[in-house]
Design a protein around this ligand. Structure first.
Ligand code: URA
Length: 434
């Protein structure tokens, strides 16, 4: 078999045989197929897609690239949650402790920043000392002890996804239904969950811009789960504007902490409670979804979700005090205000541009080997539908280096549309699949 022939056949829209997919995934994971050839293959998939048979095989090969954890020795239903990626989407930091505080065992395997979106691992690692590169043994011990653990893919768990994810991030091959579905499902199956709640984002700041594509992605992942006997439920949720007010790693940790203390933005709080409720219900900690919603709200209001997050942070070497004293988190050294050019209603905040601008000043990576700057990002002062005066502050840009601040500020400014008419309200939770 020759890699170039497989690239060519995929480029021409042919279906590859299971052993051909296996050859590509194994070869790349072992370092036998170079980045440039796999990049070309990913681009071919981006343009021509994959059949269900190919996606199933791709997921299976990525899963088999490493170990699969057996969590059956830990009592209780193990439920994880994963988002397909958005801007300002820090719900994992909120829903995982809420569900764990309600008695669900939450093994949370997350990813890093991808394209214009942020990653839970990068956000968590802005907490001084916190480590997410735990061994499978440390992971299972922590789950047994406190019911919640955050980890990333490693050399041992779904290493193929880890390599492919990093390559897709810098080769413009993220926005592909089969590549996203196999990436998410391979690592979730590898970590040994019983059930999974998915937040499939749709809109300007998501990888899926149209609801019909988001639905296809949701259905594909629910189907993959069904074939391996995992209960998967997907919410399709709006990502046409950033979620909450904060965008950027440490800034999002601060907002997640405030939300767990009952002082979070309305949209972020509402979505987090709904996702946590679905986890609580699938985790069999409530008889009905309605009861699960009440439990999730209670865990937020009584502070037990917040205490659970602190417990997990401490167990993973992080300083839990940083969740109260934000000066212990990395802080920006410079700030620029973006004023409204006119009076009117905020009718659009293009989430993708806000995410891209935030990455430009260091919140994400331009190349695989780049280090992110945890301190930088954007804080919105307004959300879609709000009335503003000319010159009032729309958002603030936080930075540590001057390099690309002007460019980022222009992009952020252009992300806002101010109209004379109040825009129609958009639903936050659009559909449930599964
Ligand atoms: N999240 C993932 O884990 N993988 C993707 O491809 C996109 C979002």
């Amino acid at each position: 078999m020759r890699t170039v022939d497989l690239i060519q056949r995929k480029r021409d829209g042919e279906e590859l045989a299971p052993e051909e997919i296996e050859y590509l995934v194994d070869g790349y994971t072992k370092g036998e197929i170079p980045d440039y050839q796999l990049s070309a293959f990913l681009m071919a998939v981006y343009f021509t897609g994959m059949s269900d048979r190919e996606v199933s095989r791709l997921t299976e090969c990525m899963l088999r690239s490493g170990e699969s954890l057996d969590l059956s020795g830990i009592p209780g239903v193990k439920v994880d949650k994963h988002s397909t990626g958005g801007v300002g989407d820090k719900t994992s930091l909120i829903v995982a402790p809420l569900a764990a505080a309600a008695g669900v065992v939450v093994p949370m395997m997350s990813g890093r920043a991808l394209g214009h979106t942020g990653g839970t691992l990068d956000k968590l690692e802005s907490i001084p000392g916190l480590r997410t590169d735990l061994t499978p043994e440390q992971f299972t011990t922590q789950l047994k002890e406190i019911g919640l653990c955050f980890i990333g893919q490693s050399e041992r768990l779904a290493p193929a996804d880890r390599k492919l994810y990093a390559l897709r991030d810098v080769t413009a091959t993220i926005e592909s239904v089969p590549l996203i579905a196999s990436s998410i499902m391979s690592k979730k199956i590898a970590e040994g969950v019983d059930a999974l709640v998915l937040d499939v984002k749709v809109g300007n700041g998501a990888f899926m811009k149209k609801q019909v594509d988001a639905r296809r992605l949701a259905q594909m992942m629910v189907g993959i789960g069904r074939r391996v006997d995992k209960r998967v439920q997907a919410l399709i949720t709006d990502m046409s504007q950033p979620l909450g007010f904060a965008i950027g790693n440490a800034l999002e940790v601060m907002e997640a902490s405030q939300t767990l203390q009952g002082a979070g933005p309305e949209d972020l709080t509402r979505l987090s409670v709904e996702l946590a409720a679905r986890m609580i219900f699938l985790g069999k900690q409530s008889a009905t979804l309605e009861e699960a919603r009440r439990t999730a709200e209670k865990k937020l209001v009584d502070g037990s979700g917040y205490r659970k997050l602190k417990e997990a942070v401490a167990a993973q070497g992080g300083n839990p005090a940083a969740l109260d004293k934000f000066e212990l988190l990395p802080n920006a050294t410079g700030m620029r205000e973006i004023p409204s050019p006119r009076a009117g209603y905020v009718s659009q905040i293009a989430a993708e541009d806000i995410g891209t601008a935030s990455n430009m000043i260091g919140a994400g990576r331009q190349r695989k080997e780049d280090q992110i700057d945890p301190a930088v990002g954007v804080i919105l002062e307004v959300k879609v539908g709000e009335k503003v005066d000319a010159g009032s502050v729309l958002c603030r840009l936080y930075y540590t280096k001057e390099d690309r601040v002007d460019e980022a500020a222009d992009m952020v400014e252009d992300a806002f549309r101010i109209s004379s008419q109040k825009p129609d309200e958009r639903e936050l939770i659009l559909e449930v699949v599964g």
